[in-house]
Design a protein around this ligand. Structure first.
Ligand code: CTP
Length: 408
């Protein structure tokens, strides 16, 4: 049956992306009804939103005809879910405090349906303690979030976390939300998922370190996808420039040794997913003080030692082994063969093998092309956004758990 989506478009430069969102939702067989806030009408017109949704567009709480014909209560009850995109800092603040001064906020206060929010704002506004507080409040009220993402902002020279999620990712998340809701609290409710993400930094001295190009986008997307399906998620993250995914416990670490320790203390878990690009080596004796050219003399030689393999350690047989252990294989050639070998060598149940050669644009980029390697064989997935890959992977993991009894 077609899902009925009520889309509230807030006032922000990202509002134009919400026109595309209407299209993406309709492609997925959703019926879309649109509410535009007053500020949104500065960016998109009711005419364009109405042409795409093929329905009339609602703008004003005090339009008597609307109140007689349909009213904000019915507007919210007639939908299967509500999406707020873009959700501005102002709209989030109003939602968090239960205001109902215009049609959009009145609908949000009146609804008893799942609400998915896609924030978009200046990174400093997103980072502001008031916005953090409002988001925490909304999460504890049961509101679902997607994004925002890191990247260039519309304002020149502004970069950071604040970009609205892509329209197709919002549409996928929305459908997953209504799908999950109809079965109850989500297929991963009551499950604990540990995810490692990002690079590690291995110090050379107090100001220098060894690092790699991992952005953490894939690992963070996996943590967010697991939380969306109702799991308790512990995300152990190396240094990244990403927002903490909403509804996830984040433990921030620097080195491989710290990441191992954090994972160990987060166990037991039903699923462990090692998506971090853990440095393979650390400097044997990091200098306590900044190394000075004058003291070191000629170019120094760094003695390196291998880091503990977190994936291999977690996958070791034993009472605390998670039921499903998933690793990644970042490869620049012979992707599947290397992935298959890593699955065996490390004792992982599944390996997600991906091409990270510079030409693939995977490292740092938003898209990923992966092969899922299990004991049963290899499935190559079509290229997808990292959010899409995360949802597919978590969906399959949830499905696997539902068919295998494990006790944590
Ligand atoms: N991994 C880990 N701890 C390490 C190294 C790797 O947990 N010290 C995990 C990664 O999170 C990933 C998998 O092992 O899930 C494979 O990582 P990758 O860097 O592709 O492999 P390496 O072990 O570094 O092997 P190689 O050097 O042969 O590529």
């Amino acid at each position: 049956m077609a899902q009925r989506v009520l889309l509230i478009i807030g006032g922000g430069i990202a509002a134009y992306k919400s026109l595309d969102l209407i299209r993406r939702l309709r492609e997925r067989a959703c019926e879309v009804r649109v509410v535009l806030t007053r500020a949104a009408q500065e960016f998109v017109t009711p005419l364009s939103a109405g042409a795409l949704s093929n329905d009339r567009v609602f703008t004003d709480l005090f339009d008597l005809d609307d109140e007689r014909e349909i009213g904000h209560i019915r507007l919210s009850r007639d939908a299967d879910m509500v999406i707020v995109a873009p959700a501005t800092a102002d709209l989030l603040a109003k939602m968090a405090t239960g205001q109902a001064g215009d049609l959009a906020t009145a609908v949000l206060l009146a609804t008893d349906k799942p609400v998915l929010v896609a924030p978009a704002m200046n990174p400093r506004m997103w980072d502001h303690p008031a916005t953090r507080r409002n988001v925490r409040q909304l999460v504890s009220d049961g509101v679902h979030f997607i994004g925002p993402k890191a990247g260039e902002m519309a304002e020149r020279g502004e970069a950071g976390v604040g970009r609205m999620a892509e329209a197709s990712d919002i549409a996928d998340a929305a459908l997953q939300l209504v799908g999950g809701r109809s079965e109850g609290p989500g297929p991963l409710a009551g499950r604990h998922v540990i995810v490692t993400s990002g690079p590690t930094h291995e110090p050379i001295d107090p100001v220098r370190y060894i690092a790699n190009r991992s952005s953490g986008k894939q690992g963070h997307a996996i943590a967010a996808a697991a939380a969306e399906l109702g799991a308790r998620v512990t995300l152990v993250s190396g240094p990244v420039a990403l927002a903490d995914p909403v509804g996830v416990d984040v433990i921030k670490v620097e080195t491989a040794a710290q990441m191992m320790e954090a994972v160990r203390s987060a166990l037991p878990a039903d699923i462990a997913i090692c998506a971090a690009a853990v440095a393979d080596w650390h400097v044997v004796e990091a200098a306590g003080q900044k190394m000075k050219k004058s003291n070191v003399g000629a170019a120094p030689t760094l003695a390196l030692a291998e880091n503990v393999d977190i994936l291999q350690t977690v996958a070791r047989r034993g009472p605390r082994r998670p039921g499903l252990v998933i690793g990644f294989a970042a490869e620049t050639e012979n992707v599947i063969e290397h992935g298959q070998r890593k699955r065996k060598d490390k004792g992982a149940d599944w390996i997600v093998a991906n091409d990270v050669s510079p030409s693939s644009g995977t490292f740092g980029g938003d898209r990923n092309t992966v092969h899922l390697i299990t004991a049963d064989g290899v499935t190559s997935w079509p290229p997808d956004s990292k959010d899409g890959v995360a949802r597919l992977l978590i969906g399959q993991a949830a499905d696997w758990l539902s068919h295998h009894r494990i006790d944590v």
